[in-house]
Design a protein around this ligand. Structure first.
Ligand SMILES: Cc1cc2nc3c(=O)[nH]c(=O)nc-3n(C[C@H](O)[C@H](O)[C@H](O)COP(=O)(O)O)c2cc1C
Length: 336
């Protein structure tokens, strides 16, 4: 186990996205154009340390080939963060997930940025921006649980109601391995363009108070090239991309050819996704409709895509979906 992750500069990260970046989608992205680091969806530590644990394990599930995966945690009780970090670092979770000895996460990230009502109402995620003593207790408890065996990072926003760099400075006072700054406040949700100039100011603070902490910028990045330019302009160590992946599954490639990928290859990619989904989530742990957002990603950008999507989204089993994809692909081949 290592407290250091080998990363290029700038490095690229696929953002954690609930109900999107499960092990299946991460493996697809790994096969198209892999970023340097992946995050799990956020998983609640209070739930993990309760009788509800088995139900939440799906959020942490990963394949042995996923060797650059950070587990993202959220919750309220520092003691549950401590226990969860301990069980991640000592391999308990990897074992419970049935992974071979030696497979594990490479780090633990703390979600202090999600603005969703249910989390905020509970005083968790971005609400921690308003509760610095609790935010601090959570970081310290996680660090204690990991016991120096794993890097600990935080993902947060520029402030609550307004941009407040004392928040970033406060967080950076905790000797983190990495800080990801989403360039908006909680109040702004996703409604305004990300303030990259303010992420640049956080980098200046980082240079003064925590030069050892890697700083990752996040918000609205739509290509690898744009990410490199932003990292250079603002002196950042890394760039995290979330929704950009919906427009280009090859976004982490230096020279994405996605616009030139033909109908047949797009259908084939979705087929691969659905096949892996069917193999991975056999107990109906993820409802089939969660695939619809991926349907939009792949079945796009060719004549008849809309009609095909409409047909595919009606399917109520992966078997039916695969059979429709098979026929759609056969149609393409026979029309040549
Ligand atoms: C569907 C969806 C789910 C998300 N789930 C999470 C999450 O589990 N944890 C987290 O830290 N951020 C989550 N986010 C926020 C993203 O990680 C990212 O910070 C945000 O989308 C801005 O980056 P982007 O403009 O590149 O998408 C989510 C965003 C979306 C769109």
């Amino acid at each position: 186990m290592n407290t250091h992750i080998d990363l290029p500069k700038p490095f690229f990260v696929l953002a954690p996205m609930d109900d999107v970046t499960d092990t299946v989608f991460r493996q697809v992205v790994q096969s198209t154009a892999a970023p340097d680091l992946f995050f799990t969806e956020f998983v609640n530590v209070d739930g993990l340390q309760s009788p509800g644990r088995p139900k939440l394990l799906k959020k942490l599930r990963f394949a042995p080939t996923e060797t650059r995966l950070v587990a993202q945690l959220w919750g309220k009780d520092p003691e549950n963060f401590r226990k969860t970090a301990e069980q991640i670092a000592d391999g308990t979770f990897a074992k419970e997930l049935g992974l071979p000895v030696g497979s594990n996460f490479v780090g633990i990230d703390l979600n202090m940025g999600c603005p969703a009502k249910s989390e905020v109402k509970n005083g968790t995620c971005s609400a921690l921006i308003l509760d610095r003593p609790l935010a601090s207790a959570i970081i310290k408890a996680t660090q204690a649980g990991a016991g120096g065996r794993m890097p600990i990072s935080v993902k947060t926003r520029l402030g609550w109601g307004e941009i407040d760099h004392t928040w970033a400075e406060f967080i950076l006072g905790h000797n983190l391995y990495m800080l990801t700054m989403h360039g908006r406040t909680k109040k702004e949700m996703s409604k305004v363009p990300a303030h990259w100039d303010e992420i640049g100011k956080v980098r200046e603070i980082r240079d003064k108070v925590a030069p050892q902490t890697l700083l990752v910028g996040n918000g609205d990045v739509m290509s690898h090239q744009q990410g490199v330019e932003l990292a250079t302009e603002y002196g950042l160590d890394g760039i995290m991309i979330g929704r950009g992946i919906f427009h280009d599954p090859y976004i982490f490639s230096e020279d994405s050819q996605w616009v030139h990928v033909d109908r047949e290859a797009r259908i084939e990619l979705y087929k691969r996704h659905v096949t892996m989904f069917a193999e991975t989530w056999q107990q109906n742990e993820r409802p089939i409709h969660t695939l619809n957002k991926f349907c939009k990603v792949y079945i796009n950008g060719f004549d008849g895509a809309k009609e095909l999507r409409e047909q595919l989204m009606q399917a109520d089993s992966t078997t039916e979906l695969l059979s429709l994809l098979h026929s759609a692909r056969t149609d393409v081949l026979s029309s040549r």
